[in-house]
Design a protein around this ligand. Structure first.
Ligand code: CP
Ligand code: NVA
Length: 347
């Protein structure tokens, strides 16, 4: 327990902008702290108010369900005040620069959650606000998602090292980048299975390979579905068109062969034992969304309103996506408490 506290103390006052700013031990401490906070909430019905009297700005330039709720409800559980700024109704980005806004938020608040576009804007926000900034998703990284994801994997398998997590789909989006790098830090074999044009950049692959050389992980980037999914413990996917993108027909053409379906589940060879399915959500797996239903009408190639995952796999015994969504709150609480909280309350 003292080891965990020591790692958490090393995070005090820090921003959480991308995984590579931290050590593998610090990431693992955040995962373990998330599990501890979840247990505390389940057992006592409340958690230690690590953020008593803190004021937090939640700035969203893109829409959100899970991330917003996790910061807002999690902040409330920890004793903080949170104020939400939506993508359209403030001066941010239109009448006021990132630098000026950062200076204002730094005067008004003790911490800032920021969901935006460019990673460089995250850095600017941290530099000029002078308070911890938590990246709630950028075009390049989704680091808070990683703590929830590897927390879910650890809950499920009791360990991380040596497991194989395979991301299938748009292998160069924020979630894929973050999984590849953070998994390689933590000793998880992350496979990215995607067509050549949607694979991570050489720079991100090198970063992952450098971490893997130290952790013992064996990352793999391939367009070969059978080779890529074989031996997977986790099949993971995300939307084919991320926020800020519009090229639906192109992505459907490129990624339809990479849809997660029961045939792919069988190709893991683990379907009767050590396999789960994960998705950061939201997901297009049936016709019950406006965009999912429209896609079948508007674009060629889709027989059914299913894109990155079939409804059958989504609703199967493998699915852990809702447990994963719930873990967003515990892990975001852990990140906020470790960086901004009063750790003298840690027991
Ligand atoms: N997974 C995730 O970040 O979900 P939201 O976009 O709903 O926050
Ligand atoms: N890649 C997705 C993740 C959503 C949580 C996006 O950026 O839209």
């Amino acid at each position: 327990m003292m080891e965990l506290l020591k790692e958490l103390q090393s995070l005090q006052g820090r921003s959480f902008l991308k995984e590579a700013d931290f050590t593998p031990e610090q990431l693992e401490a955040l995962i373990d702290f998330s599990i501890k906070l979840k247990k505390e909430k389940q057992e006592k019905g409340k958690v230690t108010p690590y953020l008593h009297d803190k004021d937090i700005v939640l700035l969203f330039q893109k829409t959100s369900t899970r991330t917003r709720l996790s910061f807002e409800l999690g902040g409330d559980d920890l004793g903080a005040n949170t104020a939400y700024i939506d993508p359209t109704s403030s001066q941010f980005g239109k009448k006021e620069s990132v630098e000026d806004s950062a200076r204002v938020f730094g005067e008004l608040a003790d911490g800032i959650e920021y969901r935006g576009f460019e990673q460089a804007d995250m850095e600017t926000m941290a530099k000029y606000s002078g308070v911890p900034v938590w990246n709630g998703l950028s075009n390049e990284w989704h680091p808070t998602q990683m703590i929830a994801d590897f927390m879910t994997v650890k809950e499920e398998f009791g360990k991380l090292k040596g497991l194989t997590l395979t991301f299938v789909g748009d292998g160069r989006n924020n979630v894929a980048n973050s999984l590849l790098v953070s998994g390689s830090m933590l000793g998880v074999n992350v496979h990215i299975v995607a067509p050549d044009e949607l694979q991570p950049t050489a720079e991100i692959q090198k970063l992952a390979n450098d971490y893997a050389a130290k952790s013992g992980a064996k990352p793999l980037v391939t367009s070969d579905i059978a080779a890529g999914v074989k031996g997977s413990n986790v099949l993971y996917t995300d939307v084919w068109v991320s926020m800020g993108e519009t090229n639906w027909q192109e992505r459907i053409d490129e990624l339809l062969p990479y849809q997660i379906n029961m045939d792919m589940v069988e190709k893991t060879g683990n379907q009767d034992g050590q396999l789960i399915f994960m998705h950061c959500l939201p997901a297009f797996h049936d016709g019950n969304t406006i965009l999912g239903a429209e896609a079948v009408e508007k674009y060629t190639g889709l027989d059914k309103p299913e894109m990155e995952v079939t409804d059958e796999v989504f609703r199967s015994k493998y699915g852990r996506q809702f447990q994963e969504a719930g873990n967003r709150k515990h892990s975001i609480m852990a990140i906020m408490a470790a960086t901004l909280g009063d750790l003298s309350l840690f027991k």
